[in-house]
Design a protein around this ligand. Sequence first.
Ligand code: C2G
Length: 153
Amino acid sequence: MKKTILTYGTFDMFHIGHLKLLQRLSAIGDELIVAVSTDEFNKLKNKTTLIPYEQRAEIVENIKCVDRVIKEESWEQKIADIQKYNVDIFAIGDDWKGEFDFLKEYCEVVYLERTKDISTTKLKKSLTNFLSIPKEDILNAFTIIEALKRDFE
Ligand code: C2G
């Protein structure tokens, strides 16, 4: 019997943590459906994204192990999605542990361990730190590196 898996996420600045989750999800079933949060819904989640919905959805859609992408527009749509797509397993990262146990009435619910040491929030912080370094300092650093390189040649 074909097993359908359903998950939800923002997938902003797509990174290895997102990929590993989708690969593990597709390995526990036959069809993987991913609901990507719209920009409007992310506002409701108090999340600002760098990458607009259309691009995030297209990236996820082109991940080999993903079979279908749908829109996530509200917190309430999960039960209807599970019934509409005959979902066998609802799965998500364990940062949501217990939050979706109420779906056990409709299908199996699985929480998968997150990939450590990578997150969109962390990437944004590193970017901000990098961009906050005064240009002069970066240029000085390059000058020093070039001088060192010459010394080593
Ligand atoms: N994830 C992971 N490892 C990481 C980072 C993220 O496994 N290092 C998983 C999350 O646990 C989640 C998925 O990747 O299952 C997408 O993460 P987000 O884009 O942060 O999703 P989120 O905004 O939490 O959306 O209705 C549920 C929400 O839409 C979930």
